[in-house]
Design a protein around this ligand. Structure first.
Ligand code: NAD
Length: 263
């Protein structure tokens, strides 16, 4: 299937590793020009070089913290014509509710929600002029099944669903679509390192910790394993393509069935 991404310019925030990296690589493989983003120049250079080695698309780099207003302004100024925006960057941290201070609530909102809101606000005028655009918020199954060990994270992921749906309604009747994508537990770099750490600490293998996780912590998973960043990227690549023009205002799950719901 030709996803018809040639000639499109995509920005994927937080794409030097994990799910973002897999999305950037997949879009480049499908012929889009892609802006890879991370906070350090070294990480961006490395990711750009490795995607270029595997693809023929144009791969650009933008090193900055896209959770800041300055960086958001700068990326749009430097790269006019972004018609695919994937708001992927995000942070998580397990902390008991009573120990989450105001600053953490605000920081999680800033990084996980406001970063995407700002970028969407900045790219929207040009998308409207062109009457075509794609905006994706990488949310999480945690938007629906709030993890009690990180309620502040769950709050940000639910907020993304609200922003995404509202924004989709605000551009009704145009060629712009807005969707959120809900990965389940996914073996990205962040999660992989976390599970490796648990395995080492308890003298177990990664596979043992993975099996225990799906037995006890996420028993509703139907695939009984972590998803891969590529599995998320494949869905995103379709949804940002011109082929997905009737998919908008949706919360799309790529969660291994962990959310116990038929729709
Ligand atoms: P990750 O930690 O593996 O990678 C995130 C990338 O973003 C890294 O390259 C990191 O350096 C970069 N980054 C973080 N903050 C940044 C910032 N302020 N500016 C620029 N770059 C920044 O993360 P991941 O697990 O791939 O998660 C990506 C997204 O997917 C997040 O929004 C997360 O909430 C969501 N998600 C992940 C999982 C999972 O199990 N991994 C599940 C559901 C949703």
């Amino acid at each position: 299937m030709d996803l018809q991404l040639k000639g499109k310019l995509a920005l994927v925030s937080g794409s030097t590793a994990g799910i973002g990296y897999a999305i950037a690589r997949t879009l480049a493989q499908e012929g889009a020009s892609v802006i890879v983003n991370g906070r350090t120049q070294a990480a961006v250079d490395e990711a750009v070089a490795s995607i270029r080695a595997e693809t023929q698309g144009t791969v650009l780099g933008f090193a900055a913290d896209l959770s800041t207003a300055e960086a958001a302004d700068e990326v749009v100024r430097r790269h006019p014509g972004i018609n695919i925006l994937v708001n992927n960057l995000g942070i998580f941290e397990a902390k008991p509710f009573e120990e989450i201070p105001d600053e953490d609530w605000l920081r999680f909102f800033d990084v996980n929600v406001l970063s995407g809101v700002r970028l969407a606000r900045l790219v929207l005028p040009e998308m409207k002029r062109a009457n075509w655009g794609r905006i994706i918020f990488i949310s999480s199954e945690s938007a629906v099944q709030i993890p009690t060990e990180m309620i502040h994270y769950g709050m940000t992921k639910t907020a993304q669903l609200a922003v995404s749906r509202g924004l989709a309604e605000s551009v009704a009747g145009t060629g712009i679509t807005v969707n959120s994508v809900l990965p389940g537990p996914t073996k990205s770099r962040g999660v992989g390192d976390f599970v490796d750490g648990l395995a080492k600490a308890s003298d177990k293998s990664f596979e043992q910790v993975e099996a225990e996780f799906f037995d006890h912590v996420r028993p509703t998973s139907l695939i009984k394993r972590f998803g891969t960043p590529q599995e998320v990227a494949s869905l995103v690549a379709y949804v940002v393509s011109p082929l997905a023009s009737a998919t908008t205002g949706a919360a799309l799950r790529v969660d291994g069935g962990v959310v116990k719901s038929a729709f």
